[in-house]
Design a protein around this ligand. Sequence first.
Ligand code: AMP
Ligand code: MG
Length: 371
Amino acid sequence: MTQIIAAAAPGLGLVRTSRLKLPLAIIIAASIFVTSGCTLFDNTREYSSERFIMDTIVSIKVFSEDKDRAEGAIRSAFEEFNRLAVLSDRFPEKGTPAFDKSDVCKINDNAGIRPVKVDDDVFTMIELSKKYNEISEGAFDITIGPLADLWGFGGDNQEVPSDAKIRALLPLVGSDKVEIDPQEKTVYLKKEDMLIDLGAVAKGYAAEKAAEVLADKGISRAVVNAGGNICALGGKTDSKPWVIGIQDPLDASSLVGTVEVKDEAAVTSGDYQRFFEVEGVKYHHILDPSTGKPARASIGVTVINQSSAVADILSTALFVAGPEKGLKLAEELGNTDVLYITKDKTITMSPGMEAKVSLSSGNAFKFGRDK
Ligand code: AMP
Ligand code: MG
């Protein structure tokens, strides 16, 4: 009953797995006990609902004593999530109602032509994305749209493009070519054929806005899980955090460990979330904007930050940047915990993350730094 957050999609989530190691099993058992206690002693119940939005399963769980309040809040939170999904969808065909409702489609359609007035939230997502493009020295870049299309991730035409084709599109990449006007709330792509893609920020941003709606409706304990982008409102109880599993990038049925969050977000970017394989080589969806090819410095990065939008942006940015630069950047930014998993089966964490993580015993990982 209280096994929170089914693994809706790869990434984060409390996952049932046949390979649960003892400490993890104990943590989950403990959390079941805690919540059962709530239902017995204070009439708090769990209310939850799931919908397929932004190409993933979004689940909202709320703990409340008031059924009507909980269900109404969940409905409103989904409305908000859906509103942002419609505005940020870049895939509808031109001429369809979905295209006309999407600010991202309008921005892309007017690349090299004119600035487009956008919804305040879309503006904020793009403003944040530009900011973190600079902070990450280009690792995070929403203008990778043309390259993502070239690789065809998630579509029917996934293929390894030639270097010449990649090189030809690189001049379209660069957030400095995204002009924004904070007064007018307009966005302008300076070059024809540029395409922005909010895939690395929209889920986290929408999860945060959905959680804000829940809070406005009087909910103090909830989790919004957008395909592994987890935004926690409060803790599981007043004194206990939520406990969330971190998937093993090398084995989808196993967890590398669990992490505790309370009033904060935990977001994972991984090379296993969307990919195709050719001759034994995995080509995944997170691109290094400097090369136009899948970033190879990490295979899984989990970021904890109070803002779910920032955690989403940083999980992608730090994935591309790799552990050496990424851990330094997280430290400079402050209030950012990060866990890196690299191809050589090494786990490296920021000190703050070490305090929040319980690693599964007996897994095959080594530790970076001095653990
Ligand atoms: P995430 O799962 O949050 O790491 O986001 C991955 C998605 O963001 C991809 O499917 C692309 O749509 C987009 N993306 C890929 N590479 C980058 C990048 N370097 N910067 C920003 N967005 C990216
Ligand atoms: Mg992201």
